[in-house]
Design a protein around this ligand. Structure first.
Ligand code: APR
Ligand code: PHB
Length: 390
């Protein structure tokens, strides 16, 4: 039997960020991850950090490479048909975003963890949580073929949507809310300089498209597709043709290049209430999912663990239980705001398979409103960059 203060299940952005924040505060933890380090570091996900999230990484001592390689953006473009309109975050709400791949965030965090000398175990299996309602919860798992038991004071369930933490909450306490969307995103990474220096979110009659980037040499592009789209039907040429027709505007060229990665992501909204049960605290995708349109997934995960770390520090330093008790409520207020924003961006910009002309006109009207009303634009900007209103 080993002992630690906080057992962290999952080494995605939520678990790794929490591990780093606790390390900085001198709190001991063990991170348990069922995949390999290579797998976790190769997983391609979104890439937009809210200003405050980027700052949190700086303060936690893991912002070095992000500062050098991350791209600071002061706005995004919204495209309706062939018209583009810029939403200037800095002018509207005084904040910016940093475009830096989640994959890179994860690599930086793993490096920091290894440097700290504190435990991070990859390729563990059969993780199970026990005695969560006691003051000494236990986590059992198998590592290198041997059964292990970890005694701790708190368990952080950072094991994503398919993890074991959420199902460990008593069924009569757990409530879930959600929605599946009738579309997904076909995403590519292409070895070509981004054709625009900011993100472009495009609403067209053929469906949604997004131009994003990873670096001055790498473009990240997405196309609305079916949630179970067959990638075999999408040779590179067809992908570029479709991107050209959705993103194309007069006087602008979408540059094509070799496609390095292709994938399809289904879209869903999902919330768990409460996010805490006994000594188990859920964070990130284990507790909630947003469709990627608002770029909130990673940011929500980081803000959850920032709240959890603060609450744990208050408990360990001063014996204060107030922040821990308020954890679920504190997070859910922010989570539901992001859920609404992501759902709103998604439904405004996508065309559902059976969508009618009425819906199309509503979307076009909303996009026109965002172009013409600074108040409407400010509302989008506030939500996008993550300005909080308690
Ligand atoms: N035991 C141990 N680890 C597990 C288990 C388990 N039973 N189940 C899942 N995991 C691991 C996964 O392999 C993964 O590495 O937990 C980790 C969860 O990481 P993420 O899914 O990345 O979730 P999270 O850290 O909450 O980050 C949320 O990821 O999906 C994106 O858009 C989302 O950007 C957001 C971010
Ligand atoms: C990305 O770059 O992967 C990305 C950017 C913005 C989004 C979603 C994904 O809304």
């Amino acid at each position: 039997m080993t002992k630690t203060q906080v057992a962290i299940v999952g080494a995605g952005p939520a678990g790794l960020t929490l591990a780093q924040l606790l390390h900085v505060a001198g709190i001991d933890s063990v991170v348990l991850e069922n995949r390999s380090r290579d797998y976790v570091e190769a997983r391609i996900r979104a890439g937009v950090l809210e200003h405050d999230v980027a700052e949190l990484y700086e303060q936690a001592g893991v912002g070095g490479r992000m500062r050098r390689e991350g791209l600071v953006h002061t706005g995004v473009e919204l495209q309706s048909g062939t018209e583009r309109h810029r939403i200037a975050f800095d002018e509207l709400v005084g904040k910016t975003i940093v475009v830096y791949g989640q994959t890179e965030v994860v690599k930086d965090l793993i490096e920091a963890r290894l440097e700290s000398g504190r435990p991070l175990h990859f390729e563990v299996s059969d993780v199970s949580l026990h005695e969560l309602e006691s003051e000494r919860p236990r986590v059992r798992y198998v590592h290198d073929g041997a059964e292990q038991e970890l005694e701790c004071q708190f368990v952080a369930g950072c094991d994503g949507f398919h993890g074991v933490s959420r199902p460990s909450i008593a069924a009569d306490v757990l409530r879930t809310f959600g929605r599946d969307y009738p579309y997904g995103w076909l995403g590519i990474i292409a070895a070509v300089a981004p054709s625009h220096d900011e993100l472009v979110y495009a609403h067209t009659e053929r469906g949604f498209a997004l131009l994003s980037m990873r670096s001055p040499e790498l473009s990240r592009l997405y196309l609305q597709c079916a949630p179970d789209e067959d990638l075999d039907l999408w040779p590179d040429e067809r992908i570029w043709d479709e991107l050209q027709s959705r993103l194309g505007v007069d006087g602008w060229t979408l540059h094509e290049g070799p496609i390095l990665e292709k994938g399809v992501t289904p879209m869903r909204s999902f919330v768990t209430e409460p996010m805490q049960w006994g000594r188990l605290y859920l964070a990130g995708d284990a507790a909630h999912i947003v469709p990627p349109t608002g770029a909130k997934g990673l940011n929500l995960a980081v803000r959850d663990v920032a709240a959890l770390a603060e609450a744990l520090v208050a408990w360990y330093r001063d014996g204060h239980v107030g922040l821990l008790d308020a954890y679920s409520e504190t997070c859910l207020r922010r989570v539901w705001r992001a859920e609404h924003f992501s759902w709103w961006m998604t439904t405004m910009l996508h065309r559902a398979p059976n969508s009618d002309e009425f819906t199309l006109r509503l979307q076009q009207s909303q996009l026109r409103y965002l172009r013409t009303s600074p108040a409407a634009a400010r509302s989008l900007a506030e939500n996008y960059v993550g300005v909080e209103h308690a």
